[in-house]
Design a protein around this ligand. Structure first.
Ligand SMILES: [Zn+2]
Length: 250
């Protein structure tokens, strides 16, 4: 059974390559690991350049950018543009209205998100999208800029947003949050199989425990129980969707 973790932050582990090796022993063979700021972009390019199993995403995260000066944001975006041809996707990028409370901050997030979506569209790269309390605004920007290859990660959108995402052909990934949130589990169950991916967002902690890519198996098992479908079927279609998104496979 080939398993892919379609959204993680391997750069945040103390020993990222060891995490990859350990996960491989548990059947996790592909990883999409993404950066969130200039430092982690540099780290990703250095660490995983020779790791075929790791696809890398470069981008400036909406929460990270709130701590930066205008110049630092400019430098980060310039680095991204210069290095976009060395990565497999633009991300993790998006909008986060939990942290951007003022209109000024929200406008800034919107501007930086749009710039990065435009770059991804120009370079024909997939986009890994983070969205919190801003799902309609995120979808609007993606649609208006003609983004096609999109992964809405940590899918916690309301169920009513799913048809709009489906209409656009956007992929959606769900992770360990479905263990504890009934609302998010319900949304995950409503994602059509042809657009569903599995992720961990590791090393984020859940229930006081630090996650790692092997947790993607628990996510698949949880979905299997609630969907009443064999876990192999869920894992296989998620693998296929991962390849369609990141390898341009049909
Ligand atoms: Zn993430």
């Amino acid at each position: 059974m080939k398993i892919a973790d379609s959204h993680c932050h391997l750069g945040l582990f103390e020993k990222p390559l060891q995490v990859v090796e350990n996960a491989k022993k548990h059947g996790i063979e592909r990883f999409f690991s993404c950066a969130t700021n200039l430092e982690s972009m540099k780290k990703h390019l250095g660490l995983f350049a020779k790791e075929e199993c790791v696809k890398t995403g470069l981008g400036l995260h909406p929460v990270d950018l709130l701590k930066l000066s205008e110049k630092e944001i400019g430098d980060s975006l310039a680095f991204l543009e210069e290095n976009a041809s060395k990565c497999h996707a633009i991300g993790e990028i998006g909008l986060d209205y939990k942290y951007a409370k003022t209109q000024k901050e929200r406008d800034l997030q919107g501007k930086v998100f749009s710039t990065q979506v435009e770059l991804a569209v120009k370079k024909k790269l997939p986009i890994a999208v983070h969205s919190r309390l801003a799902e309609q605004e995120c979808l609007e920007i993606l649609e208006s800029l003609g983004a096609k290859k999109v992964l809405l990660h940590w899918f916690t959108y309301s169920k009513k947003s799913i048809p709009r995402a489906v209409e656009n052909g956007f992929f959606m990934s769900c992770g360990p949050v479905i263990f504890s949130s009934k609302k998010d589990l319900e949304a995950a169950l409503a994602i059509p199989q042809g657009l569903l991916l599995l992720e961990t967002d590791c090393p984020v902690s859940f229930g006081g425990k630090q996650s790692d890519p092997t947790w993607v198996k628990m996510v698949a098992n949880e979905l299997s129980v609630h969907k009443k479908e064999p876990v192999e079927k869920i894992v296989q279609s998620a693998w296929k969707n991962y390849s369609r998104l990141f390898d341009n496979k049909p």
